[in-house]
Design a protein around this ligand. Structure first.
Ligand code: NAD
Length: 296
């Protein structure tokens, strides 16, 4: 047996094309194009790649964007003042501060400074809280992208046993919330594991759907999963590899080659969840421009 591949690149392109059409219709009605303000603090190489990918996607779908690059020595006060001026600028629909931030800046303070109506990453406590209450909100792009993939491939989720490995505020925790919601797509029985989980295999081995977001290359091996499991690998890890032009290659958190022999469905890395994250950001930015979620 070899798992069917969940093609995130293809589904993300479909989604981006849909957003592009919606943006066109929105502008045809006399509205200005949606505008995403990206803020990048410092020069972390991965963050530069991620913001570049987001900018390119914006250009493809007709969303206007600008990346403000700030020195990594910026104070928290200066950064929050910049965010506040973006909050009050009516020409800006969405604000994205690229994570991670330099260690002297509080991620919580920075996220809470963003107006929740412009929080297209879905990280603000207002959006996180509303997600937990099953209320309309900006949903964290990566887990929302995973839900879209499950929907697209008609993978059963309702009443399935889902295990999420990784409990971060921006990926693992909202993922578990989305899977377990009773009143919307989800309805899975969900367990969340993290680095303090005793005997990880005791949980992963029972999963019908196993979603991994731990940032640990090859954490999940074939002997840790059951036959027929659906595997969603969110992890993105850089592994040194001199045979690659860039000197590294990307791998997920799952030992793809061994696990694919037991799984029914599996996402590759790259080309699985990553492109969906960017597509969901486009969707959220359009929602922000339309003020669909927060009308006032
Ligand atoms: P994080 O470091 O904030 O959180 C990692 C989580 O994994 C924590 O809850 C930790 O307890 C848990 N964990 C770590 N080691 C573990 C272990 N051995 N066993 C069980 N749990 C363990 O990371 P994050 O921001 O949530 O990102 C997780 C991964 O997802 C990273 O590889 C990141 O690059 C990737 N990511 C991918 C996308 C995408 O678009 N595909 C988006 C965001 C993050």
């Amino acid at each position: 047996m070899s798992a069917e591949i969940i093609d995130g690149k293809m589904v993300a392109e479909l989604l981006r094309n849909r957003v592009k059409e919606d943006v066109q219709q929105w502008c045809d009605k006399g509205n200005r194009p949606p505008y995403l303000q990206v803020i990048l603090v410092g020069d972390d190489p991965a963050s530069i790649v991620y913001t570049g990918t987001k900018t390119k996607a914006c250009q493809q779908v007709g969303i206007q964007t600008e990346t403000m690059v700030l020195q990594d020595t910026i104070s928290e006060k200066e950064l929050t003042q910049i965010i506040q001026s973006c909050n009050s600028n009516d020409k800006i629909d969405g604000i994205l501060v690229q994570m991670p931030l330099p260690s002297h800046l509080s991620q919580h303070t920075v996220i809470e400074t963003i107006d929740h109506r412009k929080d297209v990453d879905g990280f603000h406590p207002m959006n996180v809280g509303r997600l937990s209450l099953d209320q309309p909100c900006f949903k964290s792009c990566t887990p929302a992208g995973v839900m879209e993939l499950l929907k697209y491939y008609s993978i059963p989720v309702k009443s399935q046993y889902a295990v999420v490995v990784g409990a971060s505020n921006i990926v693992g925790s909202p993922m578990a919330v989305m899977l377990s919601r009773e009143n919307s797509f989800g309805k899975a029985t969900t367990t969340i594991c993290h680095k303090y989980t005793r005997n990880l295999t005791a949980h992963t081995i029972s999963a019908d759907i196993l979603i991994v977001a731990a940032g640990q290359p090859n954490l999940i091996k074939a002997e840790m999963v059951k036959q027929g499991v659906v595997i969603i690998d969110i992890g993105i890890n850089r592994i040194a590899d001199e045979t690659h032009e860039k000197g590294y290659r990307l791998v997920g958190d799952v030992d793809f080659e061994s696990v694919r022999k037991k799984a029914s469905w599996i996402t590759p890395v790259p080309g699985g969840v990553g492109p969906m994250t960017v597509a969901m950001l486009m969707k959220n930015t359009l929602l922000a421009a339309k003020k669909s979620l927060y009308p006032k």
